[in-house]
Design a protein. Structure first.
Lengths: 938, 370
């Protein structure tokens, strides 16, 4: 059936602020869907409260509503626009839940809106554990033993029936919130109570535990003609027991024989057909008993998901884009594979490489949290590595994580405490993968490692092989190392830094040596079809082959935009927003744009965005090799957050042009001493401070500066390890902690301006003129990280004198730092004096918020300024100023039941929402204002 | 599992056009030549290697890893390994499946199959994709290009080659229960065992006949229908099979042709076949059933195909299935007869089960013919 001509206008519901379990993958799917529908001439209306998204940009949709995801907002939209259909499958569980709510209230019916992409009954069947179980039994699909309980008593009865170990899964929750394994009756009562409380409908599933079984996921697409294809099979490296969002996952499935895989495929199709007829995407999870290959169904999600974003990046097949077309009536056989542009979209991708996804956790932000992984998702982001084999993909994923490791193993950070290793193998946390490597290195028996981890022996043997290779390499020096061993190490993904560590020499020496031996990175294409057909989409990854390089370098002028890597607290979707706009702006200026990033959830890694996408770790070695291959005019580092900025120093050292603000200025802003000298020279006030290297110096300096003091390491991101102390004892404790964590670091002590008001400004500077794009005042007093504060644009109670100081300081600093591009400056205001706390000459977290509030494309402008193709005076600024916009931080503390919501100088929020108010009498504003001191920890 | 760091001998792959790839030896050490072709399936290596249609060919598996789940005795498509050689990227001696019987290395060694790993299979596939099917030689013994070239000269050209009589059973044999409702004569041109098992589980009793069996010999068993199987080689030179099929058509008996059997049916009805540039081999080929409008993801393995030319207004042949990637002929039926065939493998093994319905159609045809 071709396109349904009745659908002329579609509403897409977004997923709202980023929380654990629902991240920027839905910006990727939502913006893809919006573009896909607009290609068909459909008017797209979008609602999302998250300002840091590409989907809410005028480039993506016709009508954008930055409003709370509530029924009220939907009604408002439907009153204003004639909407023919709503597509609720692109915004995660949040969008589905809102769609159900509106359906129950009869809203869709009242306004004549058709629900497309899913069927409400299907959502009910899949989200209600008991309905799901019944449905599966009816279809003849195996599921675990168990039943749902609506009360404590009922739960106890079921537990008695099925025995221990068992698992508790609350109905209708995000990312497995409130669920968990229970091994004994003693733990049961508490777990049951918590599960019931977490479920919005006070209902849990009590189920037989299949801990240790292999876990798989399939991503399906179905059209209106019941054609179903499997886009990707994903195998979890971590067996059943760890939430798939917290599991290391691999695609394609590595250990499935065809017989078992086809059985699983049949089951998945049966399940999707069983829950209802709708055209769209679906994710199905299975567990397989490793002993006899028995398959049980775990769950089915009738929508695009985190895994479908991963599957899209893993295969090149744009699931959300095609799902949107199916939702408006197309059939799969009527669509073309967008990667090859010649073959049918109705096929199943074949991979000739391997991808590994590793989650990124931020337990350091949630002190006191239970760091053991389980049924509830705890990670805040993820990185994906692509390689020609599992080991290479695994190493590349580890190099992408930015956890100060250079890959898996071989970096001098091994754990050597046997008891600690064994404990970690059995009780997995973020570092288990690393400890498996350490365990092999230490000589712990394969059988023991397998018994404790329950990880498939094929995966374990792959890691063992790496360790054996490392031991072999150790016998040599760089000079004596045979070429084939060096090549083998590179093919297995070891970085030059790791090899430098093993061979006791410098990274640069390894690199020079391997280049002399002609061991070079080549680039291969992600083409959906294992090279059977020619691909027209330039989506690449690097590997080491003696063969062919598929990435042909054009003679156009080109630019590399560095992405921000895996999401984490302090560096999230906001930076991806800026990267995407940077790419689009550079394209407008006639550049061939090259995107480099390793985060599969993002829009920047959608191959449609840039001229060339390199899915690579944002890691020095990969960057310099890419630069040598592509020979760009320069690299944009100021859009990809601290990740990209960190690489500026080396780029500078290697004589590679940094587009926009140059390295000296970036460095000056980071160096507290030099920066304060600059402020002093310009007579700009700043809090008294000093730098110390040990605890003795700290107490001396404290006397000089006076308490309270803000204590932090000299290089930080998102306020890591920042703390306010009020006496010598606390000071010493924190200084010792910081120096223990990183002995090479120095510690900064700032006099803390107690009770001050905080404000910040973002500006664009072209070296001559400065344009301030926005000034925000924080509702909370100083002491709470800017990312965790409610920020009001423009300020709501700063006097003219203060505003003038802010504006003057911003201009002076931007020019003094010779900024070319964006800059963010943070202020503290006390007794009408404006002190400068810090300046960051890069795109900040608040830039997308200002762009959305004022409806202006500032990143686009800033990029053109950076490239030197435009000056500030070339733009006509016309910000839409009406009332106030509040940036409201959103937290994920509910994932960590033992952690209190306590805010301080270290950032804790995972996402943000935008909220517009007309005036200061607004209830929401008054509430936020009244509560401004509520969570202050000091 | 003990073979932790395997040191493999060097090996070399040389294509007929002189292109050389260097890698390491897997399977048996030695030298072997055949037509080289690639399969993009991500699962099912054991089924592929034992499929008689691959007889005489060197298989390139495009999947990044091969061998991960070992070998299981009963997941075979014939009594032995049929391929002439194997080319893979990363080869696994270690396997994880609990129920597996042995490693792939052990299996290939026992079967005497010469292979090579560690080469850039993607570059090789891209080469074959642009240059087309050609012969190749793998060796862990011969080092000189000249020696390899000489070896290559003796590898036969697939064009005009009849291979079914080599791989077919020499004596007829029975499969299934003799009291089953339908009797199916299976003309074994290189039949995969899952074709037979798909018939058996639908109530068929099968007698599998050697490739060169005549219609009258098969007819003596009084079958309800005829299955013309898959197999290796060039259909255009298989005059004996074409004649047999013509006689079945003349007698108007239910007939189901698969792969090579499909090409034979087309030739018998006056169609043409040709050698494809580099064939279809994989588990993900999209086919549209023109009779129902529905699609199916199919398992494919063929280097020859039925020509689309003249099909549209052919007096006898009706086009029933097409390939959505390149619009080639995927299925036909014979007008006014009870005969139909498909180019792909409805029995899958390996591959998706989307096309199992064709066996039901065949059984229904036999039922209605009663």
């Amino acid at each position: 059936m071709p396109k349904n001509q009745d659908i002329k206008s579609v509403l897409i519901i977004g997923s709202g602020p980023i929380v654990i379990g629902q991240a920027c993958e839905f910006d990727y799917s939502g913006s893809q869907a919006a573009r896909s529908l607009r290609e068909e001439g459909i008017e797209v209306t979008l609602i999302n409260s998250n300002p840091a998204t590409i989907m809410t940009d005028p480039v993506t949709a016709d009508n954008v509503y930055l409003m709370p995801l509530e029924k009220k907002s939907i009604i408002k939209i439907l009153e204003k626009h004639k909407i023919d259909a709503v597509l609720p499958t692109m915004g995660g569980q949040t969008a589905l839940n809102l769609a159900i709510e509106c359906d129950k209230a009869g809203i869709w019916k009242k306004y004549g809106v058709k629900i497309i992409g899913v069927d409400i009954n299907a959502i009910n069947t899949t989200e209600d554990r008991e309905l799901f179980r019944k449905k599966m039994l009816e279809l003849g699909v195996n599921v675990c033993k168990g039943r749902t309980a609506k009360s404590f008593l009922e739960g106890k009865e079921i537990a008695q029936e099925i025995g221990f170990p068992l698992v508790i899964r609350p109905s209708f929750t995000l990312g497995g919130s409130g669920g968990g394994f229970v091994n004994s009756p003693e733990e049961f009562d508490k777990a049951l109570q918590r599960g019931l409380q977490t479920s919005p409908v006070h209902e849990v599933l009590v189920e037989q535990s299949i801990l240790g079984w292999r876990e798989y996921e399939l991503e399906l697409l179905r059209d209106n003609n019941q054609n179903i294809i499997i886009i990707c099979s994903i195998e979890n490296f971590d067996p059943m027991g760890i939430h798939t969002g917290d599991s290391i996952t691999v695609a394609p499935a590595m250990t499935l024989p065809d017989t078992v895989y086809q059985q699983m495929r049949d089951l998945a199709i049966k399940m999707m057909n069983g829950i209802g007829q709708f055209a769209g995407g679906c994710n199905v999870q299975f567990a397989v008993n490793p002993v006899d290959d028995t398959i049980v169904a775990i769950e089915i999600n009738p929508r695009v998901s985190r895994s479908s974003a991963l599957a899209s990046k893993a295969t090149g097949y744009p699931i959300a884009k095609i799902a949107a077309k199916l939702a408006i009536g197309y059939n799969l056989d009527e669509l073309i594979n967008p990667i090859t542009k010649t073959t049918s979209a109705y096929f199943e991708p074949a991979l000739d490489y391997v991808i590994v996804k590793i989650p990124r956790w931020n337990f350091d932000k949630f002190r006191g949290a239970n760091t053991e992984l389980g049924l509830q998702m705890k990670s805040v982001g993820e990185a994906m590595g692509i390689g020609r084999n599992f080991q290479e993909a695994l190493q590349k994923a580890c190099q992408s994580l930015e956890i100060r490791r250079n890959g898996l193993g071989a970096d001098g950070k091994e754990l050597t405490d046997q008891a600690a290793i064994l404990k970690s193998l059995e009780h997995p946390s973020w570092n288990r993968l690393f400890h498996i490597y350490d365990a092999f290195k230490m000589g712990i028996a394969f059988k023991t490692i397998q018994k404790l981890t329950k990880i498939d022996r094929w995966f374990l043997s792959q890691i063992e092989e790496l360790v054996l290779l490392e031991k072999e390499l150790q016998k040599y020096t760089l000079e004596t190392l045979p070429r084939h061993l060096l090549l083998s190490a590179k093919q297995k993904g070891y970085s030059d830094r790791q090899l430098g560590h093993i061979l006791r020499c410098l990274e640069s020496e390894v690199r020079a040596h391997r280049k002399a031996l002609n061991i070079n990175r080549v680039y291969k294409c992600v083409d959906t079809c294992a090279a059977e057909f020619e691909a027209k989409t330039p989506y690449y990854y690097s590997t080491f082959e003696e063969g062919e390089n598929e990435s042909v370098v054009s003679d156009r002028k080109k630019i590399i935009v560095l992405g921000s890597g895996p999401n984490r607290i302090g560096q999230g979707i906001e930076f991806d927003y800026s990267c995407v706009h940077g790419v689009l702006a550079a394209r407008e200026e006639g550049y061939e744009t090259i995107m480099m990033n390793c985060n599969p959830e993002t829009v920047s890694t959608d191959p449609d965005i840039s001229d060339k996408l390199y899915f690579e770790p944002v890691f020095w070695e990969h960057l310099i090799d890419l630069i040598e291959h592509e020979k760009p005019e320069g690299v944009i580092v100021q859009l990809g957050g601290q990740t990209a900025l960190k690489l500026a120093e080396k780029l500078h050292r290697y004589g590679i042009k940094i587009i926009g603000t140059d390295f000296e200025s970036l460095d000056l802003a980071e160096d507290r001493g030099k920066f304060s000298d600059l402020l002093k020279a310009h007579k700009i006030p700043y809090p008294a401070y000093g730098v110390i290297e040990d605890a003795d110096q700290a107490s001396d300096l404290a006397k000089e500066l006076g308490y309270p003091l803000l204590v932090r390491p000299s290089y930080v991101l998102g306020g890591q390890s920042m703390k306010i102390v009020i006496n010598d004892q606390e000071l010493e404790q924190h200084v010792v902690n910081i120096l223990n964590q990183d002995p090479d670091n120095r510690v900064l002590l700032d006099h803390f301006l107690d009770g001050a008001i905080e404000a910040e400004a973002d500006a664009i500077c072209d070296g001559e003129d400065v344009y301030i794009i926005g000034i925000m005042e924080h509702i909370e007093p100083a002491g709470i990280h800017s990312g965790d504060s409610n920020a009001v644009l423009p300020p709501f109670n700063l006097g003219d004198l203060v505003m003038k100081q802010i504006r003057d300081h911003t201009r002076t600093i931007a020019l003094a730092l010779k900024t070319v591009g964006l800059i963010n400056i943070q202020f503290a205001i006390k007794n009408d004096i404006v002190y400068v706390i810090e300046a960051n000459p890069r795109a900040s977290r608040t830039v997308p918020f200002i762009c959305k509030a004022y409806r202006e494309p500032y990143v686009n402008y800033a990029t053109k300024v950076m490239l030197g193709t435009k000056k500030i005076k070339d733009f006509t600024f016309n910000p839409h100023r009406e009332g106030y916009a509040i940036k409201i931080p959103v937290f994920s503390f509910n994932k960590f039941p033992n952690v209190n919501k306590e805010l301080g100088p270290e950032m804790k929020s995972t996402g943000e929402a935008i909220y517009f108010i007309e005036d200061l009498d607004d209830d929401k504003f008054l509430e936020l204002y009244a509560e401004r001191n509520l969570y202050l920890s000091r | 599992m003990n073979n932790k760091v395997s040191s493999r001998k060097d090996a070399i792959l040389m294509l007929a056009d002189g292109t050389i790839f260097k890698g390491q030896s897997i399977g048996k050490q030695g030298t072997s030549g055949g037509e080289i072709c690639f399969n993009t399936g991500m699962t099912g290596y054991q089924e592929i290697y034992t499929d008689p249609s691959y007889y005489g060919q060197i298989i390139v598996n495009t999947n990044a890893h091969i061998g991960n789940y070992g070998i299981k005795r009963d997941e075979v498509e014939s009594g032995k390994v049929q391929i002439q050689g194997l080319v893979v990227k990363t080869f696994s001696d270690v396997y994880s499946r609990h129920s597996a019987d042995k490693s792939l290395q052990q299996y290939l060694e026992e079967a005497g199959i010469v292979g090579i790993c560690g080469i850039d299979t993607r570059a090789l596939v891209r080469h074959l994709r642009s240059k087309g099917a050609m012969n190749a030689v793998i060796s862990s013994e011969l080092r000189q290009e000249e020696a390899l070239r000489r070896f290559l000269q003796d590898v036969p050209d697939m064009n005009g080659l009849e291979l079914s009589s080599v791989v077919s059973t020499q004596e007829p044999y029975f499969e299934g229960k003799s009291y089953a409702p339908f009797r199916v004569a299976v003309l074994d041109l290189g039949v995969k065992s899952s074709i037979v098992s798909n018939l058996i589980c639908r109530g068929c009793y099968c007698k599998v006949f050697p490739a060169q069996t005549t219609f009258s010999e098969m007819q003596q068993w009084n079958p309800n229908g005829y299955l013309i199987s898959n197999g290796p080689g060039d259909p255009a030179v298989m005059h004996y099979a074409i004649e047999t099929v013509q006689q079945i058509l003349a007698a108007d008996k239910p007939l189901f042709g698969i792969c090579l059997g499909h090409q034979i049916l087309a030739l018998a009805a006056g169609g043409k076949t040709f050698k494809m540039h580099h064939g279809h081999r994989g588990l993900n080929h999209p086919v549209k059933n023109l009779l129902t409008g529905k699609g199916e993801i199919t398992s494919q393995n063929h280097g020859f195909a039925v020509s689309m030319e003249g099909i549209a207004d052919h007096p006898q042949i009706e086009l029933t299935h097409i390939n959505l990637n390149d619009n080639t002929v995927e299925g036909i039926r014979i007008k006014g007869k009870k005969a139909f065939s498909v180019q792909y493998h409805p029995e899958s093994s390996p591959g998706p089960h989307d096309s199992h319905y064709l066996f039901d159609d065949f059984v229904a045809l036999m039922k209605s013919a009663d």
